[in-house]
Design a protein around this ligand. Structure first.
Ligand code: FES
Ligand code: FE2
Length: 371
């Protein structure tokens, strides 16, 4: 739904310098206009470090995963030398995807179209029936590399060729997460949700400081001490945290959400890390178009042995129920954002500081690119 205003007018209509007590959300047009979605693709998702995998998935030489980042096909592979590498998953011959499976193990990357072969280091190893081709330098025709780096148990890729290093991008988040020891947890299961809403609606919902929890998530509410919920903004991340209470009327939630505190980290633009004792899930929000996003949930546990399977599955199901409650409201909000009745909203000073940080960081990225 393209607005009749110019992109400059749309961007200028958000005041990112307002104190929280006077602040508005970003305008509704930012959630529905395809020009904003394209700006975000080019200036947010093509320039920030994006989570692509868990190190467990890329442990041995030849392990690979494929994904798309900001619309670009990408392959990440563990080399024979033990190094992690990422490449555009685009054949140098006629642009077919070289690797077509979502994940697996191989010693050679062979394009399914005309059989060109690439090594795990991206170098071009062989081209069938290519004798007699002049001025073709094999060394110049390897897969195009991308920057890849790891933090804790996560693998990140950046489409930008000269971004700030990953540790700089993460800023204070790394120090804050370190005591939780998340690298000791093991991957258990992935669930993907396709949602009919702009990606920012999902992030906003996450960053409302627990505002919606007592109303929308009655089960979760019974294990969180909602009044003590804290919200801390720093650098490019927000930590929302709540002490846990032991009494709960909801047995499944109580049995699977334990420990002293719940930790909910969001890092700009689209990464969430949720931790309880012996438990973590990451939520990774991928924009599809202005009106749609996918959210990938990866679940991790301290113990992923067969004996723990039933417990872990119950825990994932509890997460799934909370998620279903969120999805419904997000799709509802997307419909409301398209209504002529709505322009922008105000923010709760007690609860919604994280949401303001998100809007300010996004405005900074987009205004820098356009204005
Ligand atoms: S497109 Fe890959 S070998 Fe032709
Ligand atoms: Fe929620």
């Amino acid at each position: 739904m393209q607005s009749s205003l110019s992109i400059e007018q749309i961007l200028s209509s958000y005041n990112d310098g307002a104190p929280l007590s006077e602040a508005f959300t970003i305008p509704a047009s930012w959630y529905v206009d395809p020009r904003i979605a394209e700006l975000e693709r080019l200036h947010v998702f093509s320039k920030t470090w994006q989570l692509v995998a868990h190190v467990d998935q890329l442990q041995n030489a030849g392990d690979f995963i494929t994904t798309r980042l900001a619309g670009e096909p990408v392959v990440i592979v563990r080399g024979a030398d033990g190094g992690l590498r990422a490449f555009y998953n685009v054949c140098r011959h006629h642009a077919a995807a070289v690797v077509t499976q979502p994940c697996g193990q191989t010693q050679i990357l062979q394009c399914p179209y005309h059989g060109w072969k690439y090594g795990l280091d991206g170098s071009l190893k062989g081209m069938p029936e290519f004798d007699g081709v002049d001025n073709f330098d094999r060394a110049q025709n390897g897969l195009i590399p991308l920057l890849v780096d790891t933090w804790e148990c996560f693998v990140f890729v950046n489409l930008d060729s000269n971004p700030p290093p990953l540790h700089e991008f993460l800023g204070g988040l790394a120090k804050r997460v370190a005591p939780l020891g998340i690298a000791k947890l093991h991957f258990f299961e992935r669930r993907t949700y396709d949602i009919h809403c702009n990606w920012k609606v999902f992030v906003d919902n996450y960053l409302d400081g627990g505002y919606h929890v007592p109303h929308l998530h009655k089960g979760l509410n019974s294990v969180l001490d909602y009044k003590q919920y804290t919200i801390e903004n720093e650098d490019r991340y927000c930590l929302q945290s709540s002490p846990m209470v032991t009494y709960t009327e909801d047995a499944a939630t109580g049995a699977t959400r334990k420990g002293d505190r719940a930790w909910y980290f969001w890092h700009y633009p689209n990464l969430m890390i949720n931790c309880y004792e012996g438990y973590m899930d990451t939520n990774y929000v991928i924009p599809v178009d202005a009106d749609h996003c996918s959210v990938i949930f990866d679940f991790y546990f301290a113990d992923v042995s067969e004996a723990q399977r039933a417990y872990n599955t119950e825990s994932v199901d509890v997460g799934n129920r909370v998620q279903d409650e969120d999805l419904g409201i997000c799709e509802d909000v997307q419909r409301g954002l398209k209504s002529r009745a709505y322009g922008a909203g105000r923010l709760s000073v007690r609860r919604e500081a994280g949401e303001q940080l998100f809007h300010q960081l996004l405005a900074e990225s987009l205004k820098k690119a356009v204005l």
